[in-house]
Design a protein around this ligand. Structure first.
Ligand SMILES: C[S@@+](CC[C@H](N)C(=O)[O-])C[C@H]1O[C@@H](n2cnc3c(N)ncnc32)[C@H](O)[C@@H]1O
Length: 266
C-alpha cells in the first residue's frame, strides 16, 4: 500500500479508510469540546471515564527527548500532553477536519508539533523513526490491526514502546447493535471467535476489535514483546459523557477499556 500524500483523493484510499475519513469528518464537530478540554489539562486522563495518569499508568516513565508518534491523534490532546513532557511528538490522523481542530488548538496553546494527514496502516515516515507509538481510541480501533501493528513495528526503533487503548473485549461482546438500545448488558450478544471488522448497523464507519489470542499472536509475529495488558477500572463515583458505552456499575465489574503495552524487539 503506497503512502498517501496530502493531495491523495479519497478514491485512492482503502475502502475502510475512505469510509472512516468521511465519518470522522462528520463526527469532528462533536469532538471539539473534548479536544479543548484535553488540551487545557496538565494531568493526562484516559478513556471514557477520564482515569488520571497517576492511577492508570499508561505513559512511559521518561518522555523527554524521545521521538513519539500518535497514531490517529484526532484533536491531538494526547500529543500535547507528551510534548509538554519534553517528547518530540508527531501526530498522524485520517480526518482533515479533526486535524483542523488540532491545528487551531496548537495555535491557541502556542504548542506546535508536526501533524500529518494520513492513515496508520501505511504512514509516510522512514523505518525506525520513533521511540514510542501511542493511540487512544485512534488507529487502535479504527485502523485494521493486521496492517497498522506491523506498520507500528516498522516505525519503532529496537526497544521502542507501543501503547494503545481500546474497548474492552467484554464490552464489544455485550454492547447492543444499536446505540439507541443503550449500554452493554450482562449478555453476550455476538461471537468471540472471528472478531476483527465491525460495522454497526446505525453507523457508516468501520471499527476493528480482536480477541485476546489474536492480539497476542499478531503482536508477537510483528516483532513485539507484550509487556502489559492494563484492564482499566474507573474509580467509584466516576462519570462519563459516553453513557451509551457503559454504566459505572458495569465498568466497575468488567473492564470496558484495555491498554496493550508492547516493546519492539531489539
Ligand atoms: C476518537 S478519535 C481518537 C483521538 C483522541 N484520543 C480521542 O479520543 O478523541 C479517533 C481518530 O482516529 C482517526 N482515524 C480513523 N482511522 C484512522 C486510520 N486508519 N489512521 C489514522 N487515524 C485514523 C479518526 O480520524 C479520529 O480522529
Amino acid at each position: 500500500m503506497a503512502p498517501m500524500s496530502e493531495l491523495a483523493g479519497s478514491s485512492d484510499l482503502p475502502e475502510h479508510v475512505a469510509r472512516n475519513r468521511e465519518a470522522w469528518d462528520r463526527y469532528a464537530p462533536d469532538y471539539v469540546a473534548a479536544g479543548e478540554r484535553g488540551w487545557a489539562q496538565d494531568e493526562p486522563t484516559w478513556g471514557i471515564w477520564r482515569i488520571p495518569e497517576s492511577e492508570a499508568h499508561l505513559l512511559p516513565d521518561e518522555l523527554a527527548g524521545r521521538d513519539v508518534i500518535e497514531l490517529g491523534c484526532g484533536t491531538a490532546y494526547v500529543s500535547a500532553w507528551m510534548a509538554r513532557r519534553g517528547a518530540r511528538v508527531t501526530g498522524i490522523d485520517n480526518s482533515p477536519k479533526q486535524l483542523e481542530t488540532a491545528r487551531r488548538l496548537q495555535e491557541q496553546h502556542g504548542l506546535h508539533f508536526p501533524l500529518q494527514l494520513g492513515y496508520a496502516e501505511a504512514t509516510p515516515f522512514p523505518d525506525a523513526s520513533f521511540d514510542v507509538a501511542i493511540s487512544e481510541y485512534g488507529a487502535a480501533i479504527w485502523a485494521d490491526p493486521y496492517r497498522w501493528i506491523p506498520e507500528a513495528a516498522r516505525l519503532l526503533r529496537p526497544g521502542g514502546e507501543l501503547i494503545f487503548l481500546v474497548n474492552g473485549t467484554l464490552q464489544i461482546l455485550t454492547i447492543p447493535d444499536l446505540e439507541a438500545d443503550g449500554p452493554p448488558t450482562e449478555r453476550l450478544v455476538r461471537p468471540y471467535f472471528g472478531m476483527h471488522r465491525f460495522e454497526w448497523p446505525d453507523e457508516t464507519s468501520v471499527e476493528f476489535h480482536l480477541g485476546y489470542g489474536d492480539w497476542i499472536r499478531l503482536l508477537r509475529r510483528s516483532g513485539f514483546e507484550i509487556t502489559d495488558l492494563l484492564e482499566l477500572r474507573p474509580p467509584a463515583g466516576s462519570t462519563t459523557t459516553y453513557t451509551n458505552l457503559a454504566t459505572l456499575d458495569w465498568a466497575r465489574r468488567w473492564p470496558c477499556e484495555q491498554v496493550w503495552k508492547a516493546r519492539r524487539a531489539r
